[in-house]
Write a protein that binds this ligand. Structure first.
Ligand code: B3K
Ligand code: ZN
Length: 881
């Protein structure tokens, strides 16, 4: 079916099911090619369902083996079965049992949705609509049932058998080589949270005593031999459990909590009740094979999936339009956890960098959608940066608007009122409104309006009247839904920085509600006057990035240079540097295109040098401040007729100018702050390493560090983080030693797929035109496989999303490469293919030649027969936009 003909699912069509499912008893007989699934459902018509209303269960590619109602086989005329639907024409008007037997071939399941085999391990992935690939069911999140799962398998093939909930029974099946386990999950849940795992797995075990004194048995399962690499994840899990008790009063509810790491997984991990299944990339780390970034990633994802136990599982979503009810909120919770575990300002900056890199471009392009969308063709395509990251920003703003105390009161009410429910965004917001007596109707617009608002700010100071006037205006862009937009509630955290770097006080503010350092902009524009301001202030606006907007302010360059050195808010110091960097990069790009040499105001580098040398500041913060806006940020800021090569050249020029001025200062600062020799992944050490890498980068740019120096840094590296940083710099700056370092790295880590992913990624992101050819060659390398998502993401997604020069090659070779790959992957894994296809989302802002080349690649791709609904939907929206 062509994507245009795929039916559109609409929020307005939502209605509850005619039948409820109270209990589900599943019986799996695992065999690689012929797994039998017997499912006994206790169904009942919901009150008001007219007698004889047909029951239609969802399926996806299923083979029905038998069907019985209340213990008797159903006659053929009583039902209709296709691979995608099972309809019982006239079920009884009372509760009844339905027993459905289906037959699956997990070994042939390459989609990694439903039941599949990863490296010999049986695993499931059911969110969003994978359960229907296992058995016929009302496969939607508002049908909550209690599950009992029996699993049977050959004992040698799958000695470990796991499912949701608590283990009830297990044993050998006498007279056979088989054994079984029975799991019972007392908490009603939707089918997307079902999970089963079977295989030859090793584990690390631990315990956690909850706040009320219950003991929970914890286990992390992995392939035998990798147990030691699970230790950090276990530590992160225990810290997450404690944190959720302390910060949100949430206690874990089952007797066991299991995590399984598998090597074939479409995304990061999955929060199945009591049995989280993880991409092994987010579990396995040790000093030999994990970078600082990997450790941080494990900590975040372990926490995120654990936090879903309350925000997602105990309270789930009524329908998939409400996805950000669980995802946005859970990302916010994991961000807060990380802030408490590590450095709050550093975490905030990292999150804003990620938001700008992923969500802003999405929001500015053809795939833009509100955090709570109202239509979709394929729900898998809505696990987006907007749902996750912007969803989290909305929760953060809610906390800013209500204060921490009010926010917690709203969360408490949410848990109290909706525990056990399938809820909506409206339910969520109502809890905060009710708990604090606040009208949040305007605030809720954040969930319903797509696009990143631009916040314009102008200011004037009148020394005679000691008055600052601040004009704010919000502009809401047009988005693909073409809906008229209404002014939103934008919380603008601010300070008026005085000449000594301290915030000035003011006597009175008029023109908008101003309290606790927040201007509440609720109108399209506002003129706010601050009286009693005794000296000329520099307005520091949007502190902590208090709203996900693009700020365009008239604060002069001189004043922003001052803020880099003086703003009391660390985020705003960083942001002041970013904004100057961006201004230079835009002007530099225009200069390159006009055939001129870009020129820069040297005071910027001097200011950065002072900041880098300031040992009172966290090294991690200094490293972030030295990081220029990315090429993607610059492209976004330019917005149309974008030439990625010119941006790259301008950025190199700015890096050299800065490097020539301050490389030595930064390198001395890094030396003074060098981490202790014994590797530890903690945030303090990681920050010191990041500062050293910033010094290396500036050293190369400034001509201080050459190929030989870089090679010795590579050789001397005592840990993977340093080694990888040296490798990346050598390769990306095309130093003479690059090939030698790349071969050495490959030899050292040969056989360790997760580490070799980094080797693939470094090469895929070399900013050069011939990287396309390198990537094509690497696709034939033994370290690569088109069947494993992690490999595809490492080589191909990083090429398409993190290599603007290579991907956007003017002759279209980069676009054609990725289009070919999408076509190759789509038949076996549509989710991965569709994720890759989103790399084209910003093609319309390219200069005409590149835009035409991208359009041609997309048109060719969309003309191919039998594209999946996933890829078809992305292509259709991308081309329509
Ligand atoms: N909820 C899952 C994502 C499922 C994606 C399905 N296509 C992981 C997470 O957000 O925690
Ligand atoms: Zn999640």
């Amino acid at each position: 079916m062509a994507a245009e003909e795929t039916p559109i699912v609409r929020l307005e069509d939502y209605r509850p099911t005619d039948y409820s499912i109270e209990t589900v008893e599943l019986d799996f007989r695992l065999a690689p090619e012929a797994t039998e699934v017997r499912s006994r459902l206790r169904l009942a018509p919901r009150p008001g369902t007219p007698a004889g209303t047909p029951l239609a269960l969802d399926g996806d590619g299923l083979v029905l083996k038998s069907l019985a109602m209340d213990g008797a086989a159903l006659p053929a005329e009583a039902f209709a079965a296709t691979p995608d639907r099972l309809t019982i024409h006239a079920p009884p008007a009372r509760p009844f049992d339905l027993e459905v037997v289906t037959r699956l071939d997990p070994s042939a399941n390459t989609t990694l949705m439903g039941l599949y085999i990863s490296n010999g391990i049986y695993a499931t992935q059911c969110e969003a609509e994978g359960f229907r690939r296992i058995t016929y069911f009302l496969d939607r999140p508002d049908v909550l049932a209690v599950y009992t799962t029996r699993i049977e398998a050959r004992a040698d093939e799958a000695p470990v058998l796991l499912s949701n909930g608590n283990l009830v029974e297990a044993g050998a099946i006498p007279g056979t080589d088989r054994h079984f386990a029975v799991w019972h999950d007392p908490f009603p849940k939707p089918s997307y949270l079902f999970a089963l795992v079977g295989g030859n797995l090793a584990a690390v075990h631990d315990r956690f005593r909850t706040m009320s004194g219950r003991d929970v048995r914890l286990a992390i399962y992995c392939e035998p031999g990798k147990e030691e690499r699970c230790r950090y994840a276990m530590d992160a899990l225990k810290r997450s459990m404690r944190w959720d008790e302390e910060r949100f009063g949430r206690e874990y509810d089952l007797d066991v909590f299991n995590i399984v790491a598998v090597s074939d997984f479409n995304m990061g991990a999955m929060e199945n009740k009591g049995l989280n299944v993880f991409n092994d990339k987010y579990v396995l780390v040790d000093p030999e094979t994990g970078t600082d970034q990997d450790y941080a990633g494990v900590e975040t994802v372990i926490a995120h999936e654990y936090f879903h136990n309350w925000t997602g599982n105990r309270i789930t979503c009524r329908d998939w339009f409400q996805l950000c009810l669980k995802e946005g909120l859970t990302v916010f919770r994991d961000q807060e956890f990380t802030s408490d575990m590590r450095s709050r300002p550093v975490k905030r900056i990292a999150d804003v960098v990620a938001l700008r890199q992923h969500q802003f471009p999405e929001d500015a392009g053809p795939l833009a959608h509100p955090p709570r969308p109202t239509t979709y063709r394929e729900i898998n395509n809505f696990y987006t940066a907007t749902v996750y990251e912007k969803g989290a920003e909305i929760c953060r703003m809610l906390q800013t608007v209500l204060g921490r105390h009010g926010f917690r009161a709203g969360m408490d009410l949410y848990f109290e009122r909706h525990d056990g429910d399938a809820a909506t965004i409206e339910d969520f917001i109502a809890c905060f409104a009710d708990a604090t007596g606040t009208d949040l109707s305007q605030f809720s617009l954040w969930y319903h309006q797509a696009g990143t608002p631009t916040l314009h700010a102008e200011h004037a100071y009148d020394p005679d009247r000691q008055r600052l006037t601040l004009r704010l205006q919000q502009d809401l862009p047009e988005t693909p839904d073409r809906r008229p937009k209404h002014a939103m509630h934008v919380p603008v955290a601010f300070g008026l920085v005085g000449p000594d770097g301290q915030d000035l006080s003011f006597r009175r503010a008029e023109g908008a509600r101003v309290d606790d350092g927040i201007i509440h902009l609720t109108t399209g524009s506002a003129e706010i006057t601050f009286d009693g301001v005794t000296a000329r202030p520099v307005p520091s606006l949007l502190r902590g990035f208090s709203a996900p907007v693009r700020l365009r302010s008239d604060v002069s360059r001189d004043d922003r240079l001052f803020l880099i050195g003086h703003d009391p808010d660390p985020f705003s110091r960083w942001e002041a540097a970013q904004s100057i960097g961006l201004e230079f990069l835009r002007a530099g790009t225009a200069a390159v295109r006009a055939g001129r040499r870009p020129e820069f105001d040297g005071r910027f580098a001097e200011e950065l040098g002072r900041l880098a040398a300031n040992d009172e500041l966290d090294p991690a913060f200094r490293a972030l401040a030295l990081m220029l806006p990315s090429e993607g940020d610059v492209a976004q800021a330019i917005g149309s007729d974008v030439d990625p090569d010119a941006i790259h050249e301008a950025r190199l020029a700015l890096q050299s100018a800065i490097g020539e001025t301050i490389a030595e200062i930064v390198s001395e600062a890094a030396a003074r702050n060098a981490p202790a020799p014994a590797y530890s992944p903690d945030a303090g050490q990681a920050g010191r390493r990041a500062l050293a890498h910033a010094a290396w980068s500036l050293g190369i740019a400034g001509g201080l560090i050459g190929s030989e120096d870089m090679l010795s840094r590579y050789r001397d590296a005592g840990n993977l983080t340093d080694r990888l940083a040296a490798l990346r710099l050598a390769a990306h700056h095309r130093l003479g030693c690059a090939d030698e370092a790349l071969s050495a790295f490959y030899e050292q880590y040969r056989g360790n797929a997760l580490v070799l992913d980094k080797w693939l990624m470094v090469q895929a992101t070399i900013p050069a035109h011939d990287t396309v050819d390198r990537v094509r060659n690497l696709m034939r390398h033994p370290a690569f496989s088109m069947k494993t998502p992690n490999r595809v993401y490492a080589l191909l997604r990083s090429f398409a999303t993190a290599n603007p020069v290579g991907f956007n090659r003017a002759d279209g070779a980069g676009f054609r490469l990725i289009a070919d790959v999408i076509a190759e992957i789509d038949p076996h894994n549509p989710s991965v293919a569709a994720r890759l296809a989103t790399a084209f989302r910003s093609f319309a802002m390219l200069e005409p030649a590149r835009r035409a080349a991208a359009q041609a690649a997309l048109s060719d791709l969309s003309a191919r027969p039998n594209l999946s609904r996933d890829v078809g939907d992305i292509l259709l929206r991308t081309l329509e936009g």
